[in-house]
Write a protein that binds this ligand. Structure first.
Ligand SMILES: [Zn+2]
Length: 411
């Protein structure tokens, strides 16, 4: 299908101009075209210009009515394939119970693990599909999805197969990450190291052989996977050609960011507790800092030092961390608001972090994350005449038309 979008008030391209990722003041450069038109042929962007750029005869035309067009959001950190629901814990937290107290009484990640182990592939597929539809309606066109609620070889592979089926069927571009090292399953509570061996000797080789995930992730944190265990998993993954990412510095700064930088993790994510040593390590690396402000809001925790990270010249991405325990909001529009209000990012920086830099955190910024000739046509039309309205007028969905791979979606 060929398509021309005409009469665009602000075409926010976030043009990378050949760069993999934007850093420092580049994050404020959105390369906006006003009164613009966009040509899309066979799913690829083939023309960007002013009103003189007209649709060839026979091409479908969308009149943008002077409104804003942005690249589709790239949500580079989610846990959206899971079963069950944890509103009971949400209510308990509102009554003053801590996350730890709830976990000790059988709640937390292990309750989602049990529900996910008990669920059929079809149930997981259906709920995953619903969540992806919701994200797409809110302007997200590329999503990373982690396993990590199975915590046994069978259940982890079941989740990765569901992700693979969704990737095959769904409009959204999906990237899979193996997060077997999310928590220790009850079977290994007394012998945590043997779960790490199980991941390295059996699960990772299987994932690599069947190509079930592009990335491996580890929850590197006190009481979870320590630095030594994390390094063991990273090294085995790299040997098998699976690229590492890390959950780092969420609850404590114990060196996870430094470890990720040392091993060229494509991204280190969370960073709420990152200190000067972590920032210094990232400064001398090619690793992207991914911040997850929804998680800080939902748990009422501190926010990652996004301002310091950007000012230090470290490439920064924003993602949702959508998951049933600590972050039940899948809207990247809401993440823009939190980035601006809670982390002192400008709207321009937040949009770059949610598009091009998110794509870079998935190794995909050559094909998605910006509106440039030759890139995949993932573009979203918003009911706004100024792009800053999207983070400013928060809590509602401004997206009106979603064009994915050059196809105007109707769903
Ligand atoms: Zn996460």
């Amino acid at each position: 299908m060929n398509l021309c979008i005409e009469n665009i008030g602000q075409l926010v391209t976030v043009a990378a101009q050949g760069k993999r990722v934007k850093i420092g003041t580049e994050m404020r450069e959105l390369h906006i075209h006003t009164n613009a038109s966009l040509l899309i042929e066979n799913g690829i962007i083939t023309g960007i210009g002013g009103m003189e750029l007209k649709a060839p005869d026979g091409m479908d035309v969308i009149d943008a009515e002077g409104k804003v067009v942005l690249p589709g959001f790239v949500d580079s950190h989610t846990h959206l394939v899971f079963a069950g629901s944890r509103e009971n814990e949400f209510a308990l937290r509102a009554e003053g119970k801590s996350y730890q107290q709830i976990a000790e009484t059988g709640g937390g990640i292990l309750s989602t693990m049990q529900a996910t182990r008990d669920a059929t592939k079809r149930d997981l597929y259906k709920s995953g599909e619903r969540r992806l539809n919701e994200m797409l309606r809110n302007g997200t066109t590329t999503v990373e999805i982690k396993s990590g609620y199975g915590l046994s070889p069978e259940a982890e592979m079941k989740i990765l197969e569901v992700i693979s089926d969704l990737k095959r069927d769904h409009f959204v571009t999906i990237v899979a990450t193996f997060l077997g090292a999310h928590a220790f399953p009850p079977e290994y509570a007394e012998n945590k190291q043997s779960y790490v061996e199980r991941i390295c000797d059996y699960m990772l080789p299987y994932v690599a052989e069947k190509k079930l995930a592009m990335f491996v992730d580890v929850f590197c944190e006190k009481g979870y996977f320590d630095l030594k265990m994390t390094e063991q998993i990273i090294l085995e993954a790299k040997r098998l050609g699976v690229i590492p990412k890390l959950h780092a510095d969420q609850l404590s700064a114990m060196g996870a960011t430094e470890l990720g930088a040392k091993h060229h993790a494509i991204s280190v994510d969370h960073l709420e507790q990152t200190n000067e040593q972590g920032i210094a390590a990232l400064k001398n690396s090619d690793t992207i800092a991914t911040v997850l402000p929804g998680c800080s809001l939902f748990l009422n925790h501190s926010y990652a030092p996004a301002r310091a990270l950007i000012d230090a010249g470290i490439p920064l991405a924003v993602a949702t961390d959508f998951n049933p325990g600590s972050q039940m909001c899948s809207s990247m529009q809401m993440m823009l608001t939190l980035a601006c209000t809670q982390m002192r990012m400008t709207p321009e920086e937040a949009i770059t972090a949610a598009t091009l830099n998110g794509a870079a955190a998935l190794g995909m910024s050559g094909s998605v994350g910006s509106i440039e000739i030759g890139k995949q046509a993932d573009v979203v039309l918003y009911d706004a005449v100024d792009f800053r309205t999207i983070p400013y007028h928060y809590g509602i969905n401004h997206a009106r038309k979603i064009v994915k791979n050059g196809v105007l979606l109707d769903f």
